[in-house]
Design a protein around this ligand. Sequence first.
Ligand SMILES: *[C@@H]1O[C@H](CO)[C@@H](O)[C@H](O)[C@H]1NC(C)=O
Length: 215
Amino acid sequence: MVMKLGASIVICIWLLLVILSPITESSSSNDDSNPAVLDTDGNPIQSDAEYYVRPAITDVGGYLTLIDRFGNGSCPLYVGQPNVIVDNKISIKFTPFIEGETVIRENRDFKAVFQTLTTCVQSTQWKVGEVDQESGRRLIVAGYDEGIGGYFRIEKGNLGIYNFAWCPLDVCPNCRLNCSPVGAFIIDENRNRLLALDGNTLPVQFEKANDVSSI
Ligand SMILES: *[C@@H]1O[C@H](CO)[C@@H](O)[C@H](O)[C@H]1NC(C)=O
């Protein structure tokens, strides 16, 4: 009698697990539908690694870095490309908005943070900043933003080439967003290129940073 009861409890638990497991699986796996963004070695971009970002097609401008727009040490710093290709690239860490996700996927929101220290009090996180008066384009600046302004994503173009975009639909699915790809243009007399929305598109590649610097 005791054994029979024990056996039926085991069967009941087993049945429950069989019934429940496909449900829990399918409800948590919809994030996996978007392909991973690949680095220059063909490996998925990982949230716990660091990457240098460089222009994909043309050799216009260098690796993405922090730009002192006026060249006078003013803050905040801007996200952009230096005029000359010098070795001042800064690695970037991408953190997915979706909790527990370890891979950066196409059209999924993440935070991008330069892995460096600056003399500015602002964070080195990318965020949508001020509108440039002349062009009317929204510039990407360095600064802390927990809201929709602080999340970007990576899109894949027709030729299989990636670009950044701002369209934080994971963060705010019901927001009416003025979505835009991220481009780059020359704004200052120093001929640096600043990243901005509302214009051209900058094709990029991701190069894994091998030795992670600990400043
Ligand atoms: C740097 O130059 C810009 C533009 O000329 C000016 O608005 C800003 O106040 C200057 N900042 C400093 C710290 O000198």
